[in-house]
Design a protein around this ligand. Structure first.
Ligand code: DUC
Ligand code: ZN
Ligand code: ZN
Length: 480
């Protein structure tokens, strides 16, 4: 399949320029002014529009079994919705049960993800520890293209990683050239506050943010960063939601740590007042962790994104419908945690980022695509408009607008946290490896067309280790 994108303005993380893009056999074959169309080639008119790398959402949970139910969005519906919004790749999470082989869990998730319409990769969560986990981390990195391991510092009694697990796993990640990532909330503090609030009779969604205060995130971010610093491994903090965690990242980076932070579109734009909604269903629809925060945190997150403390934007897309949220009607700690956003992230970020002058268009591409590709080592295959890159492209119409609504979205969930938000700037066309998957409201996602993307280990870490190992072996030379 060959297609020529004609007349658009290319926007990458580095450059903005006018050129045509020829896509052939899934890749970008040529970029240039007034390219000739090979015979039989589809012509896509991008006049007046921007041609950008497709979005990469580095944090989703399709069909996740979680809190006694399963997320309603599966790998097909979720990646199709992503394509409708201009996102062409996701990195989802394999979350093994404690004591489950992490390799077996990985194989299960690979099976579930066969139906994806867009490309995908996985972070693997480390929820327990023994020698087999140590071994299987090696197999995952060397043979399966996994280069990041997630640690939930919350969810005590379920998937929480203790300090001991984090120490062992971070150390192993360093050996393997892989990136540890953390969900930073102090699980013990959250557990104790949940018990206290329930004992005081607070059972509704309004108790959810009270059980997960900003201090619980700041403490965990600090602890994870200090572990990473001591062990000498990089660290990526998912869904940073507080000024406290942003400050920890700024400090670590200023001290020379390779520390990265991700922010969710929802945390940038929605505040904690949603939990005060007297309509239980509407309040419960916003229960996710970390929770939405007071407005001053949103300001800190925007500044973190603008100033470089935060590099990526994601959604933590994890859908539960009203009947699933109702499992926690009498006890807020039983409300399945999760909200959606994979379809809306790009337009919400464009409208509130580029549209307000907080982000340049190049910074938008960096924050929605290129930085995730770089951090997780798939650049420039993904995240870039360059000859040889995958033809994962969004053609962006800056003049098009819509009002976001659950009534019209493609996501398999009955609410939308951005309900009623008017956004200007939308995907008009989305190409996944050269194939048109979305054209002006017409979703042409193909079940099973998505490919698993292997992500190589970080060679710099290997090099550093090799140098260190060689240095350890070297006998001191007596130079007289
Ligand atoms: N937070 C959520 O809200 N859902 C899934 C997992 C998580 O950490
Ligand atoms: Zn999380
Ligand atoms: Zn998550």
């Amino acid at each position: 399949m060959t297609s020529l994108i004609r007349g658009g303005i290319i926007v990458t993380a580095e450059q903005t320029y006018r050129a045509d893009v020829l896509c052939a056999e899934g890749k970008i074959a040529a970029i240039g002014k007034d390219l000739e169309a090979p015979s039989g080639c589809d012509i896509i008119d991008a006049g007046g529009q921007y041609v950008m790398p497709g979005g990469i959402d580095p944090h989703t949970h399709m069909q996740l079994p979680f809190m006694g139910t399963v997320a309603s969005e599966d790998f097909y519906t979720g990646t199709a919705a992503a394509l409708a919004g201009g996102t062409t790749s996701i990195i989802d999470f394999v979350i093994p049960d404690p004591e489950q082989s992490i390799l077996d869990a990985y194989r299960t998730w690979r099976e579930w993800s066969q139906k994806s319409a867009a490309d995908y990769g996985f972070h693997v969560a480390i929820t327990w520890w023994d020698e087999s986990v140590h071994e299987e981390m090696g197999t995952l990195v060397r043979e399966e293209g996994i280069n990041s391991f997630k640690h939930f510092m919350a969810y005590k009694g379920a998937i929480m990683a203790t300090d001991e697990i984090m120490y062992n796993s971070f150390t192993r990640a360093l050996e393997l050239g892989a990136m540890p990532t953390v969900h930073a909330e102090n699980g013990e503090l959250v557990f104790q506050l949940q018990k206290k609030l329930l004992a005081e009779g607070m059972t509704g969604p309004e108790a959810h943010p009270l059980s997960r205060p900003p201090a619980a995130e700041g403490e965990a971010a600090n602890r994870a960063l200090r572990f990473a610093e001591t062990i000498g491994v990089p660290l990526y903090i998912v869904h940073v939601s507080t000024s406290e965690a942003v400050e920890e990242l700024k400090r670590a980076r200023a001290e020379g740590q390779r520390a990265y932070g991700e922010v969710l579109a929802g945390h940038l734009l929605i505040d904690e007042s949603v939990y005060q909604n007297p309509d239980w269903d509407k309040a419960a629809a916003h229960v996710m962790s970390p929770p939405f925060r007071a407005p001053e945190h949103q300001e800190a997150l925007w500044k973190g994104l603008q100033g470089g403390a935060l590099q990526t934007t994601a959604t933590d897309h994890c859908c539960f419908c009203a009947d699933q949220k109702a499992m926690g009607r009498d006890d807020f700690t039983l409300i399945p945690n999760g909200t959606a956003g994979v379809e809306d992230r790009m337009s919400v970020l464009w409208h509130h980022g580029v549209g307000t002058g907080r982000l340049t268009m190049n910074e938008f591409v960096a924050a929605t695509s290129a930085n995730a590709a770089r951090i997780f080592n798939i650049y420039p295959k993904k995240g870039c408009i360059a000859v040889g890159s995958d033809a994962d492209i969004v053609i962006w119409d800056p003049a098009a607008g819509k009002t976001i609504s659950a009534k019209t979205h493609h996501q398999n969930i009955d609410t939308n946290i951005f309900e009623g938000m008017r956004v200007k700037g939308l995907a008009s066309h989305t190409l996944t490896r050269g194939a048109l998957a979305y054209v002006d409201g017409d979703l042409r996602a193909v079940r099973g067309a998505g490919e698993y993307v292997k992500r190589p280990a970080f060679h710099a870490s290997f090099d550093a280790l090799a140098i260190q190992a060689a240095a350890n072996k070297e006998k001191p030379v007596d130079r007289g």
